[in-house]
Design a protein around this ligand. Structure first.
Ligand code: AGV
Ligand code: CA
Length: 311
């Protein structure tokens, strides 16, 4: 049986690749897609999403735009990436965009879609949780329609990936953008699977990966991976603030194949104020989250590359 997946993303290269991969998973029924302007600009990320669905999907989907705003904005350079993906010739060959924009903003679209879908739905979030937090405030009963939340977010290590003034560096960006939203979701009864930096740190974009995609570019989907990941900096000598990891793609791969990773349950809370805002911390009386802390790197890259070959 196929799993119902509702996907809310924020238009980064790995968010858009995640959408592409979801459209090729035999065991996934994609029930809804929404874009939040966190690590992207909304317009190119909406167009890129609609064009990816046009090119690789089978119709029936629309894409909802979020009107949510975060507390701590993403750097502009990163938000630009959606423009580059949207401009790829592969996505513009037909000269038209068919997949419609949903008539409701993302936080209402999620409520409608959960209610209209038979059975339960897994929520896949690869950006901040703002739209989910707002949906829960408006209609808390949707919790009953949620199988679980799979979220790329957080870390329980000392080092996060936020390097900003007035911050101590302990947060992961998707939590940092809107810490209150994460805290709101922590307060809910939804089961949470966290694909945290513990595991995503193990899948940096490295040159051998790029070379593999280049060598296999005769497959249009593998060429698409290579073109998209040509836009972002790889890990060569050492990791910098702009080094790219396959954060969201690992999260999406986990939805398609949970055998790729190891999971451990941690009781935790979200810090919403001060220099550590956006940090997730372990506390004995905190709410349990299932943390993906380890990944079979080679099996992961094989899995995503094979999926791309189906395109
Ligand atoms: O913190 C990881 C999240 C993921 O959802 N995003 C990127 C992924 O889509 C923020 C981010 C952290 N470091 C980045 C990010 C970087 N160097 N470039 C772009 N985005
Ligand atoms: Ca993202």
């Amino acid at each position: 049986m196929k799993k119902n997946i509702y996907f809310n993303h924020d238009g980064g290269v790995d968010d858009l690749i995640s959408l592409f991969l979801l459209l090729h998973m035999d065991n996934v029924e994609l029930t809804g897609v929404a874009v939040i302007p966190a690590d992207c600009y909304l317009e190119p990320a909406m167009f890129a999403s609609r064009k990816i669905i046009d090119r690789f999907g089978n119709g029936g989907l629309d894409v909802a735009a979020s009107n949510s705003r975060g507390k701590n904005p993403f750097p502009k350079d990163w938000r630009m990436h959606a423009f580059y993906v949207d401009a790829l010739p592969l996505l513009n060959e037909s000269g038209k965009v068919v997949t419609p924009v949903a008539d409701k903003p993302a936080h209402l679209h999620i409520i409608d879609t959960l209610r209209a879908t038979e059975g339960k739905t897994t929520l896949l979030f690869t950006g901040p949780l703002t739209d989910l937090a707002r949906a829960l405030d408006i209609d808390p009963a949707i919790e009953e329609k949620v199988e679980r939340l799979v979220w790329m977010g957080g870390t329980f290590r000392e080092a996060g990936n936020v390097h900003e003034p007035e911050h101590d560096g302990t947060a992961e960006w998707n939590v940092f953008w809107d810490p209150e939203a994460a805290a709101r979701v922590w307060d809910s009864g939804i089961e949470i699977d966290l694909v945290a930096l513990e595991s995503t740190n193990q899948v940096p974009l490295t040159l051998d990966v790029r070379e593999r995609w280049a060598a296999e570019r005769k497959h249009i989907g593998v060429d698409f991976l290579g073109q998209c990941y040509a836009m972002v900096p790889p890990l060569v000598h050492f990791s910098t603030n702009s080094t790219y990891y396959l954060w969201d793609v690992l999260t999406t791969a986990f939805v398609g194949n949970s055998d790729l990773v190891k999971v451990q349950t941690i009781n935790s809370m979200v810090i919403t104020e001060g220099a550590s805002q956006g940090r997730t911390v372990e506390t004995a009386d905190g709410r349990p989250v299932h943390v993906v802390y380890d990944v079979n790197r080679d099996a992961f890259f094989d899995y995503m590359t094979e999926l791309a070959k189906k395109a």
